[in-house]
Design a protein around this ligand. Sequence first.
Ligand SMILES: [Zn+2]
Length: 269
Amino acid sequence: MIIDTHVHYNLEPFFLGWQEHWQKAQEHGVEKSIVVGTDLETSQRALQIAQTEKNLFAAVGIHPGEIMQDKVFEKSFAELSDKINEKVVAIGETGLDYFHLENDAQKTALIAAQQNHFRAHIRLAKNTHLPLIIHVRDREETAYWDVLRILEEENFSGKYILHCVSGPLPYIKKALKMGAFCSIAGNITYKNAQHIREIVDTIPADRLLLETDAPFLPPQEFRGKPCEPWMISLTAAYVEKELRVDLAQVAENAQLFLKKLNEYNANTV
Ligand SMILES: [Zn+2]
């Protein structure tokens, strides 16, 4: 059994006709998935999809790459918060992404805005008792350490996923001490992904998760094409063979992590 903890049936090229892609994913062993929102509209789509299909769940949030003014953010975020229902299993994706800000004259202001928006997501997760799905990316180490610092400053003690895990090993170790779950995407299969494979070696078996991040990050043999949700089966086969990852344990982690998912199932049986 495979649980995809991060997939975008709510984005093109999947949203129109997501049912077909979901069907194909199930034929490749995917049993449940979390459809992750990146802004107000795609969070609403995630909810719509999750309402239609028993084994699809939603995460709602505004991606740190979505640059918007505080006022616009606040309005969208309030609307999004109001829409949380029993099919929402996480808040995200949220986090910090300094990767594309390198040559931006507004860099300092944009970083401040990202951090404020991240804090808003953390507070919502605390209020709703939901886990966080965190996106972190940087050319340097700053964003990684900022994420952990802000989680501490906000006294966040809930569960959280570092989606498409990356970053320096000391950061990973600290994140694990702070309760992080680490999710591996298709880029683990890339020839130059030695660092990510090293990261996976340091993650205890009970903290590992799998994701596609479809339509992004296709496994090696489909590089250059959109990643399709069924391709998680290739990533799963790779980590099982090359990194001796126990897939049953990984699926169990996803179930445990998504406590709300279990409760939801129990209530609907
Ligand atoms: Zn994503």
